[in-house]
Ligand binder design. Structure first.
Ligand code: FAD
Length: 259
């Protein structure tokens, strides 16, 4: 793992993925390449004792330009800074930091659970794993209050189509109407979390409920399972409680608490 260092970058591009979710591409200046493990984060300084942490959304395969992604709805200092970013603007940060990383030598089945913007480190981990020939099974439960908050939805659908060993379960609190078009096709045939209950569903069908309920419904056996859970503290606690009630040991639930 790299030691955190002070880095200088400049803004290469800024994009809105949704009304309140933004991505920024930062071109490395010093050092010219940034080496990190998928799932790690950087801290942006806003004063002598004020920083905000942002997970890296891009993968270690892109060391010259890194992408951050933020939910700017909280409206504090970090959100305001994100909204005002302009091309060419210098951005210092310190990093990489954090141990929310997946070791591909870990032989366990892996379940990822993300709440809204908590998807960022998981997006980096999953993209990296499958782009570099991870043949084993993994499942993602990606929760948002409504479909507009599932900002990397299309990428995960595409990943599930390309890699049958990857199972994708989008879940929202408010379900969208199911149309004929949205129920076409199947993906994620080998559901590694638990294949016993029910047939695989169309990938575009979005489940309705809360993240922990879906974990409870889909995970029957926790034998040989490791879980990576990212988002708000309440969701993390609920998901961990569900998995521990099924017999998973506490240490097998890795978490990244954003708020
Ligand atoms: C390890 C780590 C990685 C993080 N990675 C990211 C990331 O990749 N993208 C990202 O957007 N944020 C990330 N965060 C959260 C981020 O550091 C800021 O807290 C967030 O951007 C809000 O900052 P703010 O200054 O706008 O609001 P603040 O003044 O810091 O927060 C205002 C209030 O909103 C709460 N809050 C913060 N974020 C959310 C949220 N998304 N949903 C609901 N409530 C929230 C805070 O707990 C606080 O009560 C990460 C946090 C940690 C600890």
């Amino acid at each position: 793992m790299q030691k955190p260092t002070q880095c200088a970058t400049s803004v290469e591009a800024v994009r809105f993925l949704a009304a309140d979710v933004m991505e920024v591409d930062l071109r490395m200046q010093e050092p010219p390449e940034f080496h990190f493990d998928a799932g790690q984060w950087v801290s942006i300084p806003f004063g002598p004792k004020t920083v905000r942490a942002y997970s890296i959304a891009s993968t270690p395969r892109s060391p010259k330009v890194i992408t951050l992604c933020a939910d700017v709805a909280p409206g504090g200092i970090g959100s305001k800074w994100f909204r005002a970013l302009e091309r060419g603007q210098p951005v210092p940060f310190k990093g990489p930091t954090g141990g929310f990383v997946f070791h591909r030598t870990d032989p366990r089945r892996v379940l990822f659970v993300a709440e809204e913007i908590g998807i960022v480190p998981i997006r980096s981990i999953l993209t990296e794993l499958y782009e570099t020939g991870f043949g084993r099974g993994a499942a993602l439960i990606y929760w948002g209050r409504d479909p507009g908050w599932l900002v990397y939805e299309a990428e995960f659908r595409s990943l599930a189509r390309r890699y049958p060993s990857f199972s994708y379960f989008p879940v929202v609190r408010e379900a969208p109407p199911v149309t004929a078009a949205s129920s076409a096709g199947f993906a994620g045939a080998g559901i590694p979390v638990d294949a016993r209950r029910g047939p695989p569903r169309p990938p575009s069908m979005i489940d309705k409920g809360e993240a922990a309920e879906v974990v409870d419904r889909l995970v029957h056996s926790v034998n040989g399972l490791v879980a990576y859970v990212s988002g708000g503290g309440e969701m993390i606690n609920r998901v961990r409680a569900v998995l521990m009630a099924k017999g998973l040991d506490r240490k097998s639930v890795k978490w990244e608490k954003f708020w």
